[in-house]
Design a protein around this ligand. Structure first.
Ligand code: MC0
Length: 142
C-alpha cells in the first residue's frame, strides 16, 4: 500500500546552487547527500516533514554525474524542473508486482538501491499520464 509522498525529484544543472536557493528562499536544510553511481546522480535530500506512518517526505535535488544518465538526458531535453514523484510503501516488491499486474510497465525486475539505502523501482511515465513514478521502501536505519 502506498502511504505517503516519499519525495519529489527535481533535476538541476548545479546542485550546490539549487540547494542554496531552497535554503535561502524557503529555509529548507540538507538532511542527506550522496552519489548514486548506478543512477548517475549526485543528490541532496531536504526533509520537509515527518509522516504519520513513521516515514518522511523530502525534496530530492538531482544533478547528473555523467552525460549518459537519465537525468542528464532529461535536462538536455526539458531543462530544470520536476523530474519524478516517489510514493512510499512498506512493500515495494509487492506493490510493484500488483501494479505490473494492472498493465503498467515497471522498469526494474527487482528493486534497486535508492537514496539512504532505500529500495526503489520506477514506473514508465508513458503508462502514468506523463509522470515518471517511483516506489520507495525506506531503510529503517534512516
Ligand atoms: C523520459 N520521459 C519522461 C521522463 N523521462 N516523461 C516524464 N518524466 C520523465 N522524467 C519521456 C520522454 O519525454 C519520452 O517521451 C519517453 O519518456 C522516452 O524517454 P527517452 O528520453 O527516450 O528515454 P528512455 O526511454 O531511454 O528512458 C526513459 C525512462 C528512463 C523513463 C525509461 O528515464 C528511466 O529508466 N528512468 C528511471 C530511472 C531514473 O530516472 N533515475 C534518475 C533518478 P516522448 O514523447 O518524447 O517519446 S534516480 C533516483 O531518483 C534515486 C537515486 C532515488 O530516488 O533514490
Amino acid at each position: 500500500m502506498l502511504t505517503r509522498i516519499d519525495h519529489i525529484g527535481i533535476a538541476c544543472f548545479d546542485l550546490d546552487k539549487t540547494v542554496e536557493f531552497y535554503r535561502a528562499t524557503y529555509g529548507f536544510e540538507v538532511f542527506h547527500t550522496e552519489v548514486n553511481e548506478e543512477q548517475g546522480v549526485r543528490e541532496a535530500m531536504l526533509k520537509i516533514n515527518e509522516t504519520s506512518d513513521g516515514g518522511a517526505s523530502y525534496l530530492q535535488l538531482l544533478e547528473p554525474t555523467r552525460e549518459d544518465s537519465t537525468v542528464a538526458k532529461w535536462l538536455a531535453k526539458n531543462g530544470e524542473g520536476v523530474h519524478h514523484i516517489a510514493f512510499g510503501t512498506a512493500d515495494v516488491d509487492g506493490d510493484a508486482e500488483a501494479i505490473r499486474g494492472k498493465g503498467v510497465r515497471v522498469l526494474y525486475d527487482q528493486p534497486r538501491t535508492g537514496s539512504m539505502g532505500s529500495r526503489i523501482t520506477f514506473l514508465h511515465p508513458k503508462d502514468c499520464h506523463g509522470v515518471l513514478t517511483e516506489l520507495v521502501t525506506s531503510n529503517p536505519e534512516h
